[in-house]
Design a protein around this ligand. Structure first.
Ligand code: MN
Length: 249
């Protein structure tokens, strides 16, 4: 478990993401005894969801293109990516440029329990059974390493492909959790609220999502964020007409 790859990919003078340098003090936190987990909804070049599980002081991370499903019949591709620092569990915000540029929403958070004796062994063997105690995601799940993935021409060996599957229990359902519970667990906002709350300029050029549905979603999000900012400026001016409101920062 190391944050070398995480740090190598990022320039912390430009990214608002945690560098992972700070030491952990969870003594005042109610979940101090549990392993934390979080899911971040990430509108980058593609929309995806990042599942992160605390283990040995870092967050093991999987990027899930379609997001988690609580339907036990679904198998969601989960691409194992670099470990993230523990501070990342609370991160929500805008990455303006560089690796992962886009908008990150804290979509779910809570604690998790491994349903295996040894997490390191389970990761090596490629079957991690776990229980999630989140607000949106609960109950029994399994992460299974596939070892194989479909490339353009054939099945190829790929060591980072896993499947996230909900086991059938009282928390499984055919409800689509990503559309029925789309908002931030932190701010209760949408992507546009997170973007409008960010102090920097909205993207006018060089947007991180360049094509397809992610581009459409980002374009809509920027337009809505502009509307939110404009209405806030108007409201502030009505309340305080003598003050010169300047949003260009
Ligand atoms: Mn991501």
């Amino acid at each position: 478990m190391s944050l070398d790859e995480y740090r190598r990919k990022r320039d912390f003078t430009k990214s608002p993401e945690p560098s992972g340098e700070s030491t952990r003090d969870r003594s005042n936190e109610p979940d101090a005894d549990g392993r934390v987990f979080c899911v971040q909804k990430h509108l980058a070049s593609q929309l995806h969801y990042d599942l992160r599980l605390e283990h040995r002081g870092v967050l093991l991370s999987w990027a899930i293109p379609k997001g988690p499903s609580i339907n036990s019949r679904d198998k969601r591709l989960a691409v194992h990516v670099e470990d993230h620092p523990i501070d990342y569990r609370k991160f929500e915000g805008v990455i303006h440029e560089g690796y992962g540029a886009g908008i990150i929403m804290l979509w779910d958070t809570g604690t998790w329990t491994p349903d295996v004796n040894d997490v390191d062994d389970a990761l090596k063997e490629g079957t991690l059974r776990l229980t999630l105690h989140g607000t949106k995601l609960k109950g029994s799940w399994v992460l299974i390493k596939t070892g194989w993935s479909q490339s353009r021409k054939s099945l190829t060996r790929k060591n980072n492909s896993w499947l996230l599957i909900k086991n059938s229990d009282e928390w499984s359902s055919t409800i689509d959790i990503t559309t029925s519970a789309p908002l931030s667990i932190e701010s209760l906002g949408k992507f546009e609220d997170i973007l409008a709350a960010d102090s920097r300029k909205l993207w006018t050029s060089n947007r991180p999502a360049k094509s397809g549905s992610a581009k459409e979603l980002l374009d809509e999000t920027i337009t809505r964020a502009e509307t939110i900012r404009a209405s806030r400026t108007a409201a502030a001016q009505t309340k305080n007409p003598s003050q010169n409101q300047n949003e260009e920062n």
